[in-house]
Each structure stands twice: as C-alpha cells, then as structure tokens.
Design a protein around this ligand. Structure first.
Ligand code: NAI
Length: 501
C-alpha cells in the first residue's frame, strides 16, 4: 500500500543553503522539551544551521518585557528572517496580551498555513485520505483585540476586516493552491449574519477566484463547514478563512487528522516568517517527557523548505514518516497495536536514528531543489482603487440607560425630544434588535441602547451636528458611551440594518 503524503511545503522559497542562523524561542510549558528534541534533529540533519536563542513568553515577562518579547527578539528575527518558536502560555480572560498574536501582527505575518494530514494506518484517524491545508488570515478580525466595556452589563469586541487584508490572504490561498497542484479552494465565512465584514471576505474571494479558472472554488457558511470538516474532511483541499474561524477550524482539522500534537504551521509575511506547532503550551503535561515534538518538527520542515534547505527537509520528513511507521509514537498519537508509547526524547532520537531512511508504506517525501520549488507570488502592497463618494448620513449613538424598567418607549420619546434640528430618531435597538418604535415586549433589554439618528428632511448631517446632539443628550441626562458615524459609499449604506427593522 502506498499512501500519498502531502508535502508540507512552505511558500516563498528563497535560495541559498550553506551556513544559516535562525532565531529560536523555546516558549513555555512543553516548549523547552519539544524544542530541545527538534533542535537535536535539526543539528543532526543540517549541520550548517545555527541557532540564536531568544526569550519569548513567561520568562520575558518576568524579565520586564511587557509585550512578552524584548526588542532583541525583533532584531534577531529581522536579521535572520525566520524564527522557530515553541508555544507560549497566554492567560485567559485577563492579564497580558497574547505574545503570539502580537508577534504575528508586529512582523506582518499575514498568512497562517496549517496543513492537516492523516498518516493512516499508523496514526489513528477515521479519515485516512485527509489532506487539507488551512490558510488562516492572521492579522485582522476580532484578533485586533480592541475591546471595551461600555456599561454595567455590556462588553464589546471590534471585528475589523479590511479589503487589503482579504485580498492578500485570498490571493495567497489561490497562489498556494496553484503552486502546490491543489485543485480546490473553499472559503468559509458567516456572511449570512455579518453581511458587511464577512460579506467583504466572501466578495473578495469571489473576485479573486475568477482569476484562477483552473482551480475550483466554493463558499460554505463556517458552521456547516466546520461540521463537514469533522465528518467528511476528504472533501476539502485548501480552505481559506478569516482569523477566528481559521483558528478554530484548524484545531478541529488537526484533531480529525490524528492529533493536535502533529499539526505544523507557518506564519508568512513579506519580510520574515515564523514557524510553530498549532498546539499550545500544554501545561497539563509539561516537564514529563511525554509531549509530542512532531508539530514543531514538521513546522521546522516547513521552515527548511522556506529557507531553500530542501534536502534536509526531505531527510527529516522521511525519517519522521519512518519513525511513525515503525510504531514509535508518543501517547497522543495513540499507538494502535497496544504498544507502549515513547517519550519526547526517545521519539526525537528515533527520528535521528532514521535520518537517511525512507518510509516503507507511506509515500516518501521529496522536496524539489529550492530553485525548482514553486513559490506563490505575493502582492505585498494593496492595489490602489478608485475612492468611492463617502457621505455622512447619520449617527448611531450608544447610550447606557437603566431607568423606567428599561421601557424602550420611555427612552425613545426622550431621545426624540433631543433630535431636532438636524436629526430624526430612526430607531432604537438593544443588542441589535429593534425595540423602538414598536418593539416586542418579549425582547430582553440590557442597559446598552443603540440609537440611530438620520439627517432630518431639512437638517444637515455634519460632525458639528453630531457634537451638538451629544451635548443635548448629555444635558438631558443621557449617557452616550460611543458613537458610530453612518456613511453611504456611492449611495450604498456602509452600515447594517437592525434586526427587525
Ligand atoms: P494546548 O494545545 O496546549 O493543549 C490542548 C490539549 O492537547 C492538552 O490536553 C494537551 O496536553 C494536548 N497537547 C497539546 N500539545 C501536545 C503535544 N505536543 N503532545 C501531546 N499532547 C499535546 O491548548 P490549551 O490547553 O487550550 O492551551 C494551553 C496554553 O497554550 C494557553 O495558555 C494558550 O493560550 C496557549 N496556546 C499557545 C499557542 C501558541 O503558542 N501558538 C497556541 C494555542 C494555545
């Protein structure tokens, strides 16, 4: 039996094997032990590779670097062009911001490539033929991390989707598909609900897909798309998605392929790249020599291809396949024959022992010479386009109000009294649902109201008119916590309708 093994090629191959140094950050939790294991394999397979250790994560915080990495880390990455990074612990619900997200954004690493490949029958999976590459947008979406508390009860997170960001990632996905002989790109969004933000991603996908007639394309709503990924992953080839969906989807896909512990990833930017496993710092198993170093090792394979060190990449990848075939598996890969799992160090030694060997059942990998390696062309600078006519037509004022049993009619009438001369109150919503005029008494109302004012028949929508409105609301004892200007772009509203409008 010969099972196709997907090449994990990272794109943007640059020439030049020979001596080369990379920045290396061990990270937190299982990071140091899996990094040691991976560097041992790299040192054996590619003696020309040097490592410059840098400190990222908890230790950096303890040393006073509030972002989780000091300027020397950025200098090292700028100098060497790549960093191999272990997982970093990020506190949930509070504390410092994610180092991973900060690094990806500071370095402009806009494409997160996550191949999820089954290694049947050696690593247990229900989907032997699975071979999916998820291309996750890496800089935008809710990961901008712009959050505010606006009232006693209401918190918000801004979801930012930009046209240049969409164009870059979607084009990247198609270029990747073209250069790696992949036949289909699936886009996943939730544009039936988020018609402007996800709608833009989908629209750009349709525009760019038309430039690649040889590659099939389709769009799926993210919820059913994720469900299909869980039960029928063989139907997917390349999947492109906004940041949050791509993050969730790739963990699902990695587990379906066999284990989160084997999934690699590359974060690609115009000037530099970061390679890391998909999994996190796994504090529950840290320091026990049982973590699987495969995700990080296969990320290192992607890095070697990125650096044009394809021979070493081929040797390591084949040795890894052979190790897996030989049943030397860490616990998470669930040895099928009841054989005892091996530990982290033993696994990496097994890979080292097999350098130069080929797998016997799984298809061997052969990364072509660097100069022959297909590399997607990337448009780093967004194309300048015609500027549309942007007209201010109204303003949404968000009011924190908690009086009169939260009766929307009471609030609506007070707001109406402040609207003239330039505005008329169009509607009031609560959590996006219209509650005035003519709301439903069943609608749950919090203390946070979106009040939409549109220019009145003889009024003028101007920034000064907005400021005057805010002053009147303040004088009337209404607490305006935020405003959003309402524009049309070439006559098309640049704002969503209310639910129930
Ligand atoms: P996790 O991926 O660290 O762990 C989830 C489960 O998978 C755990 O049961 C863990 O033991 C297991 N696991 C993960 N990697 C494994 C490996 N190599 N070998 C064997 N088993 C493995 O996710 P979790 O627990 O949600 O996050 C832990 C921390 O990692 C958090 O602070 C989180 O923010 C951070 N994290 C960091 C990432 C990064 O640095 N790129 C990515 C994801 C999470």
């Amino acid at each position: 039996m010969s099972v196709a093994t997907a090449r994990l090629a990272a794109p943007v191959a640059v020439p030049a094997p020979g001596p080369r140094t990379i920045a290396v950050a061990a990270g937190d939790g299982i990071g140091p032990e899996i990094m040691d294991a991976v560097l041992a394999v790299l040192a054996s397979a590619d003696p020309g590779l040097g490592f410059q250790p840098v400190t990222v994560g908890l230790e950096a915080y303890r040393n006073g670097a509030l972002s989780g990495f000091g300027p020397e880390v950025m200098d090292a990455i700028a100098e060497h062009g790549v960093i191999l990074k272990g997982p970093i612990t990020t506190p949930q619900g509070g504390g410092y911001k994610s180092v991973n997200v900060s690094l990806r954004k500071s370095l402009g690493l806009y494409a997160n490539l996550r191949p999820c490949v089954a290694y049947h029958p050696f690593i247990a999976t229900r989907h032997p033929a699975m071979d999916v590459v998820i291309v996750r947008e890496n800089e935008e979406d809710t990961y901008a991390g712009i959050e505010h508390r606006q009232s006693e009860e209401v918190y918000q997170c801004l979801k930012l989707i930009t046209r240049p960001g969409c164009e870059r990632i979607v084009r990247y996905a198609f270029e990747y598909a073209r250069s790696h002989g992949r036949r289909k790109v699936t886009c996943m969004t939730k544009d039936n609900i988020m018609k402007l933000t996800d709608g833009l991603f989908h629209k750009v996908f349709d525009e760019i897909a038309a430039e690649y007639p040889e590659i099939a394309n389709e769009h799926m709503i993210i919820d059913i798309g994720t469900a299909k990924m869980a039960v029928d992953p063989e139907r997917f080839d390349v999947v492109v998605a906004p940041n949050l969906y791509g993050d969730i989807l790739s963990d699902v896909a990695a587990e379906v392929a066999g284990s989160i512990g084997i999934a690699p990833s590359s974060n690609i930017g115009r000037d530099c790249a970061m390679f890391e496993a998909v999994h996190g710092s796994a504090p529950d198993i840290a320091g026990r020599d049982i973590a699987n170093p495969s995700g990080l090792l296969l990320s290192a394979v992607m890095m070697l291809v990125h650096l044009g060190r394809n021979e070493a990449a081929t040797r390591i990848h084949n040795a890894w396949l052979r190790t897996v075939e030989d049943g030397l598996l860490t616990a998470d890969m669930a040895p099928a024959d009841g054989r005892a799992p091996v530990g982290t160090r033993a696994f990496s030694q097994a890979v080292i022992d097999r350098l130069g060997q080929l797998p016997r059942t799984l298809a061997a990998v052969d990364y072509p010479p660097a100069e022959a390696a297909p590399a997607p062309t990337l448009t780093a600078t967004p194309v300048l386009r015609t500027i549309s006519r942007k007209v201010l037509v109204g303003v949404d004022v968000f009011v924190n109000w908690d009086e009169a049993n939260r009766n929307p009619d009471v609030l609506g009438e007070r707001l109406q009294g402040q609207a003239a001369p330039h505005w008329r109150l169009s509607l009031v919503t609560n959590r996006g649902v219209k509650v005035f005029p003519k709301g439903f008494k069943q609608t749950l109302c919090t203390d946070h109201w979106r009040c939409r004012f549109l220019a009145s028949a003889d009024g003028r929508a101007t920034p000064i008119a907005i400021a005057e409105l805010l002053l009147r609301l303040d004088a009337a004892g209404l607490d305006a916590v935020k405003t959003e200007n309402l524009y049309t772009f070439d006559g098309v509203p640049g704002y969503s309708q209310a639910q129930g409008e």
